[in-house]
Design a protein around this ligand. Sequence first.
Ligand code: HEM
Ligand code: HEM
Length: 221
Amino acid sequence: MAEAESEPRIYGFTRASCAILTHVSCASFTVLITVLSRPGTSWFSWHPFFMTLAFSLFMTEAILLFSPHGSPVKKLSRKAKVRVHWALQALCVCCALLGLAAIAYNKHLHGKPHFTSWHGLLGLATVCAAGLQALGALPLLYHALAKGWSLAKLKRYHAASGLLTHLLGSASLLLGVGSVWFTTSVGERVWYLAAFCPALSAFVIMSQVTNAYMAKKRLQS
Ligand code: HEM
Ligand code: HEM
């Protein structure tokens, strides 16, 4: 009996620790990339800066704020959380577009071909997915835009496609960490620590969203 009661506490503690570690690692990753890229020193420098700000900071924090274990705005009402969520996601999409424009213009200036690496191709897919995801979220605010769709169904699809978009963002960040620019900028230990950040955030967000979905399903059945 005592064991059964202590189990959820251990789960809760582990989830809260993982969420706190994710906040710290996403912020540290953003600071590290900003320091290394020194935004403003070249057109290229804006690319890692804006992309990390968009996907490591804004998108991850926008989803983590719904976490029952590690939300920094736990006390806010659901309505206020949703408002902060869409504001952060709108910032994410703006930064992603600026980051894409910076690298595309930099390549154009140097006469280099576009979208030739796995990172470039997946990165392009990620920016498109983030834009579509934000547009697809509009019926959650203005339900009249999706007649015939229940709000519950829209939310379920939004959460599932949002999870996929976050996974794409984490994979693009990871491939960016594998780029020649980054691997030649840092030592081996820092490289492993940097690669750990998007991997951890992908894992924690996946666990948060799938748990929320399963809890809702359990309530419905
Ligand atoms: C989710 C975040 C990111 C996305 C969506 C993204 C997207 C892209 C895209 C679409 C390109 C190709 C542009 C073109 O060919 O015109 C590119 C190139 C590049 N990115 Fe990123 N990027 C991201 C994060 C990063 C990070 C964090 C770094 C560095 C640590 C980085 C380093 C580079 C480099 C060096 C190139 C030029 C070489 C190549 O095309 O592979 N990127 N990125
Ligand atoms: C790239 C952009 C976006 C991504 C990746 C994304 C992702 C997500 C994810 C994964 C969740 C589920 C969180 C959880 O249940 O733990 C969620 C919830 C939600 N999102 Fe977004 N979102 C984005 C943009 C937006 C925008 C622009 C809006 C509003 C116009 C919005 C409105 C909502 C709402 C209302 C919920 C709560 C749904 C519920 O009550 O279950 N999202 N989002």
